[in-house]
Design a protein around this ligand. Structure first.
Ligand SMILES: Nc1nc2c(c(=O)[nH]1)N[C@H]1C(S)=C(S)[C@@H](COP(=O)(O)OP(=O)(O)OC[C@H]3O[C@@H](n4cnc5c(=O)[nH]c(N)nc54)[C@H](O)[C@@H]3O)O[C@H]1N2
Ligand SMILES: Nc1nc2c(c(=O)[nH]1)N[C@H]1C(S)=C(S)[C@@H](COP(=O)(O)OP(=O)(O)OC[C@H]3O[C@@H](n4cnc5c(=O)[nH]c(N)nc54)[C@H](O)[C@@H]3O)O[C@H]1N2
Ligand SMILES: [Mo]
Length: 770
C-alpha cells in the first residue's frame, strides 16, 4: 500500500451485487480503514494521525458525534469510518489554482461528488466572476472586500443567508453567529434542519430541552435498549462497543428498522481477539422489521398495551409517583392510546400482534430503558409526533432522569449539537440574544430567520441574494436538487468556506468564492501561538480538540480567522466585538461564551480537564422539566402512518457504508453486499415480482408528489439497478445524495420543517430492455 492519486469517476457498469453481511466491523474494517488512510496520506502521516484521533491531547474525530469513552481510552479509539473521515481530510492530494485553470466549470459539472471529493484539499482562495467559466485565484483581502460589498449592497440584511454544517467548532460557530447578528439577520439555516431538528422540536415541547438525557454509562447500565431508525454499524460504529458492554451487563436490545442492518445484528470488535477470529457478539435480541413511517403506530400501540397491563395489575407498569409528581397530560394521552386500534397498528407497522405483545412485555419488565434513534425517525412527515410517542411511553414508565434510562437521539455531525448551543439557529430564544447583546453592546435582530427549506424558497424567489456557507455541501445535501440548484444560481454571490471540493462549488451564484479552511486535524497557529477549539458531543460533553498536522497549504486560514477578518471588513474597525483579539487568542472567545451561554462558566478551566465537562440537563440531573407547564408533557397526536399506493413503493434515502453524507469515500456498501457502484434500489422479492420487474433490472425512479393546489408533480432519477433485498413489502431504499432530486421541497415534517427523506412515494419505470 502506498499513497495514490485520485481514482476515476464512478462507472455504474462495474457494479457488483453480492450477499449482505450479518456482522459489522471485524478484520475487514481494519484493513479497509488502513488502506484508505495510506492511499490518501502515505504511511508516515497515517501513523501520526490515527494515533492522535480521539485521544485526550489529540483532535476530536470529524466523523460522528458519538462520545469518547470517559476515563481510560484505548490507544486506538476510532473506527473504520472515523479513520476514513480523517483520511479524507488529512489527505495530501491538493486542488490548486493550476487544477482550476485546467478544469472549467463545464468539466467539473459533469463530475460526481465522489470524483470532486477525491481531488484533495483546496489550497487557495478562488473566485469566479460574472460570466466566467472557471475559478481563478484571489487574495484573501480582496475576497473579504468582495463579500462585504455585496452584503452592504443588499436592501436588507435579511436578503443574506448564512448556512452552517456541523463540523464547525464551538468557538467558530460563536463568532460566526455574532458576526451575522451584528450584520443584522437571523438567517442561520444549518444541517440540523435536515437532521435532528425533529428531535429538538419534540423534546423541547415534552421535556423542556432539545438534547438527549443519557450518558455512555447510562447506556451501559440500561437493561433494555430500543434502537429505532438508526444504523450504528455504519454511522456510529463506536456505539457498538457501548452496546456490547451493555449486553455483557445483561441488557436486552431491540432493533426497530425496515432493514436487517449488519451492525444491529452482530458485532466483531476488531480491537479484541474474539472480534478477529470469532463470530462476534449478537447485538439485537429482537429485530422488529417495521414498515417505513410505522414507528408512531408502534409506540401508540405499545402505550395501549402497557396501560392494559397496568389495568390487570394496577401500579405495576405505570410509574404513578413519577407521573403525579413530574408530568402533565397523562389522562389525555391515556384516553387517546386506549382507543388506538391494534389492527391498524399491525397494518401500519407490518409487525405481528405477538411482536407487539413481546415488546410491551419487555418494556413493562424493564427497570432501566433507553430509546435511541436517528434519521429513521426524524425524516418523516410525522417525525415530531413519532418522537413524542417514544417520550410518552418512557414518561409513563418513569424512565427519564434516572440512572440507566432516558432518551438518546444520536446526533450526526461531530459538532452539530455544539453549533446549536452556540447560537446557530434561526430562532434562538430571547435569553440568548439578550445575553449576546449585553456581552458585546450590539443589538441582535429578534425576528426569526430562514431555516434550510425556507432559505431555498427565498433564494428561488429572489428574496435572498447572497449565500454564505460555513462548510457542508448545500446543493447535494438539501432536497429537490433541481429547485436548490436554481435557487443558488439566482444568487448574486455564493461563498463556500470549505476544505474539499464539492458540488456546491460548481453550482453557484453570479459571483462565487471558495475560501479554503483548516480542518479538525490541522495545526492552528495564531498570533498568541497554537490554538485549540472545542466541541460538544451527542451526550452534552464539551472537550478540546487540537489539530497536529501541517496544513497542506500556507494559504489556508482557520474558520475563526476567516470570520473575524471578514467581520472587520464588513462591520468596520471600531465595531464593539473584539474581532482582532478573538482571532489571536481563542481563550478570549471562550471567555465571552462563558458569559453568554449558561453552563459554560469557567469554560477555559473546565474544558482543559482530561475529559472536558458536561453541560447541565435539568431532566437528567434533577427531574426538572423547563417546559411551558413546568412539567414533562405527555402529548396527544392523531395516528399517522405511510400506506403504499397501488403499484408504487415508499422510498427511503440512506447512507452507504462508504460515504459521509455527500462525501463519498468509496463505492462499496460492504455490509449490504454492494461493490463498485451506488445506483441501486433495494426492493423486496415479492414487490419485485408484483411490479413485474426482475432483480438486476435497470429502472428510473420517479417520485410522485401532489402539490397543495392539487397538481401532480414528477421527479426522476435515471438508471438504477433493482436489488432484491430484505425490506418490508411496499418499501424500498436507495442512497443519498443521488436520490435527493426525488425529495419535493414542500414535503416537510410538521413543526420541524425537516425534509421527508425517508418516505417518498415512487414508481419504478423500466429502462429499455434491461
Ligand atoms: N460513516 C458515516 N457516519 C455518519 C454519517 C455518514 O454519512 N457516514 N452521517 C452522520 C450524520 S450527519 C448523521 S445524521 C448520522 C445518520 O445516521 P443514521 O440515521 O443511522 O443514517 P441513515 O443512513 O440515514 O440510516 C437511517 C436508518 O434508519 C432506518 N429507517 C429508515 N426509515 C425508518 C423508519 O421509518 N423507521 C425505522 N424504525 N427505521 C427507519 C434505515 O433503514 C437505516 O437503518 O450518521 C452520522 N455518521
Ligand atoms: N436525501 C437525503 N438528504 C439528506 C439526508 C438523508 O438522509 N437523505 N441527511 C441529511 C443530514 S442528516 C445532514 S446532517 C445533511 C448534511 O449536510 P452537509 O453538512 O451540508 O453536508 P456534508 O456532506 O456533511 O458536507 C461535506 C462538505 O463539508 C466540507 N467540510 C468538511 N469538513 C469541513 C470543515 O472542517 N470546515 C469546513 N468549513 N468545511 C468542511 C467539505 O468541503 C465537504 O465537501 O444532509 C441531509 N440530507
Ligand atoms: Mo445529520
Amino acid at each position: 500500500m502506498t499513497r495514490q492519486g485520485p481514482r476515476d469517476d464512478i462507472d455504474e457498469n462495474d457494479l457488483v451485487v453480492g450477499s449482505a453481511k450479518d456482522y459489522a466491523a471485524g478484520v475487514p474494517a481494519v484493513l479497509v480503514s488502513m488502506q484508505r488512510a495510506v492511499e490518501q496520506m502515505g504511511v508516515v502521516r497515517t501513523a501520526r494521525t490515527l494515533t492522535r484521533l480521539n485521544q485526550r491531547h489529540g483532535f476530536d474525530c470529524p466523523g460522528c458525534a458519538w462520545p469518547e469513552t470517559p476515563g481510560h481510552r484505548k490507544p486506538a479509539e476510532f473506527c473504520e469510518n472515523g479513520a476514513k473521515a480523517v483520511a479524507e481530510e488529512a489527505t495530501l492530494r491538493t486542488v490548486t489554482p493550476e487544477f482550476f485553470a485546467s478544469h472549467p466549470m463545464s468539466l467539473l459539472a459533469e463530475r460526481t461528488d465522489y470524483w470532486l471529493g477525491q481531488q484533495g484539499r483546496i489550497t487557495h482562495p478562488m473566485v469566479v466572476r460574472p460570466g466566467g467559466d472557471r475559478y481563478e485565484p484571489i487574495g484573501w483581502d480582496d475576497a473579504y472586500r468582495l463579500i462585504a460589498e455585496h452584503l452592504r449592497g443588499l436592501d436588507s440584511p435579511d436578503e443574506a443567508v448564512f448556512y452552517t454544517s456541523g463540523r464547525t467548532s464551538n468557538e467558530a460557530a460563536f463568532v460566526y453567529q455574532a458576526m451575522i447578528r451584528s450584520f443584522g439577520t437571523n438567517n442561520l439555516p444549518d444541517c440540523s434542519n435536515m437532521c435532528h431538528e425533529s428531535s429538538g422540536s419534540a423534546l423541547t415541547e415534552t421535556i423542556g430541552i432539545g438534547k438527549g438525557s443519557v450518558t455512555v454509562p447510562d447506556l451501559e447500565q440500561a437493561d433494555l435498549i430500543l434502537i429505532a431508525g438508526q444504523n450504528p454499524g455504519t454511522n456510529h460504529p463506536r456505539m457498538l462497543s457501548t452496546l456490547e458492554k451493555a449486553k455483557a451487563n445483561g441488557a436486552k436490545i431491540i432493533a426497530i428498522n425496515p432493514l436487517p442492518e449488519a451492525g444491529l445484528l452482530r458485532f466483531k470488535d476488531p480491537q479484541k481477539v474474539g472480534g478477529v477470529v470469532g463470530h462476534g457478539v449478537p447485538i439485537a435480541d429482537e429485530f422488529l422489521q417495521i414498515r417505513l413511517g410505522g414507528d408512531m403506530a408502534l409506540f401508540q400501540g405499545l402505550g395501549r398495551l402497557l396501560l392494559e397491563a397496568d389495568d390487570r395489575n394496577p401500579g405495576s407498569v405505570v410509574d404513578r409517583a413519577f407521573v403525579d409528581a413530574h408530568c402533565a397530560g397523562f389522562d389525555d394521552w391515556a384516553a387517546h392510546v386506549r382507543a388506538v386500534d391494534l389492527d391498524t397498528v399491525a397494518l401500519a407497522t407490518g409487525l405481528t400482534r405477538r411482536q407487539l405483545d413481546e415488546t410491551a412485555a419487555a418494556l413493562a419488565a424493564s427497570e432501566r430503558t433507553v430509546v435511541c434513534w436517528a434519521m429513521g425517525l426524524t425524516q418523516h412527515a410525522h417525525a415530531v409526533a413519532t418522537i413524542q410517542e417514544t417520550v410518552n411511553v418512557l414518561l409513563a414508565r418513569g424512565m427519564i432522569g434516572k440512572t440507566g434510562a432516558g432518551v438518546c437521539p444520536v446526533r450526526g455531525h461531530s459538532n452539530v449539537q455544539g453549533d446549536r448551543t452556540m447560537g446557530i439557529w434561526e430562532q434562538m430564544p430571547e435569553e440568548f440574544l439578550a445575553a449576546l447583546d449585553a456581552e458585546f453592546g450590539i443589538s441582535s435582530p429578534r425576528s426569526h430567520g430562514f431555516d434550510t427549506v425556507d432559505a431555498i424558497r427565498a433564494m428561488r424567489d429572489g428574496r435572498a441574494r447572497v449565500f454564505v456557507a460555513m462548510g457542508g455541501n448545500f446543493v447535494s445535501a438539501t432536497p429537490d436538487t433541481a429547485a436548490t440548484e436554481q435557487a443558488l444560481r439566482n444568487c448574486e454571490l455564493t461563498v463556500q468556506v470549505s476544505t474539499k471540493l464539492n458540488r456546491s462549488h460548481v453550482v453557484h451564484g453570479r459571483t462565487a468564492l471558495i475560501l479554503p479552511t483548516l480542518g479538525r486535524t490541522d495545526l492552528d497557529v495564531q498570533d498568541t501561538g497554537k490554538q485549540a477549539v472545542s466541541v460538544e458531543d451527542s451526550m452534552s460533553m464539551v472537550h478540546l480538540s487540537r489539530g497536529r498536522l501541517h496544513p497542506v497549504s500556507e494559504h489556508l486560514r482557520s474558520e475563526i480567522a476567516i470570520v473575524c477578518q471578514l467581520a472587520r471588513e464588513l462591520l468596520g474597525a471600531d465595531h464593539p466585538v473584539p474581532w482582532r483579539r478573538f482571532e489571536a487568542d481563542y481563550d478570549l472567545i471562550r471567555d465571552s461564551i462563558s458569559r453568554v451561554v449558561p453552563g459554560f462558566e469557567d469554560y477555559n478551566v473546565r474544558v482543559r480537564r482530561p475529559d472536558g465537562f458536561q453541560l447541565p440537563h435539568p431532566p437528567r440531573d434533577s427531574r426538572e422539566f423547563p417546559t411551558h407547564t413546568g412539567k414533562a408533557n405527555f402529548t396527544v397526536s392523531p395516528l399517522e402512518w405511510v400506506p403504499t399506493p397501488a403499484g408504487r413503493l415508499i422510498l427511503q434515502t440512506l447512507r452507504s457504508h462508504d460515504q459521509y453524507n455527500t462525501t463519498v469515500y468509496g463505492l462499496d456498501d460492504r455490509y449490504r453486499g454492494i461493490k463498485n457502484g451506488r445506483k441501486v434500489v433495494f426492493v423486496s422479492a415479492p414487490d419485485i415480482a408484483e411490479l413485474g420487474l426482475h432483480d438486476g433490472q435497470i429502472v428510473d425512479i420517479v417520485s410522485e408528489w401532489t402539490t397543495a393546489d392539487g397538481r401532480l408533480e414528477e421527479r426522476r432519477v435515471h438508471g438504477f439497478r433493482v436489488v432484491e433485498y430484505s425490506t418490508p413489502r411496499g418499501n424500498a431504499a436507495a442512497y443519498y445524495p443521488e436520490t435527493n432530486p426525488l425529495v419535493p421541497l414542500d414535503h416537510v415534517a410538521a413543526k420541524s420543517n425537516t425534509p421527508v427523506s425517508k418516505a417518498i412515494v415512487v414508481r419504478l419505470d423500466p429502462v429499455g430492455n434491461s
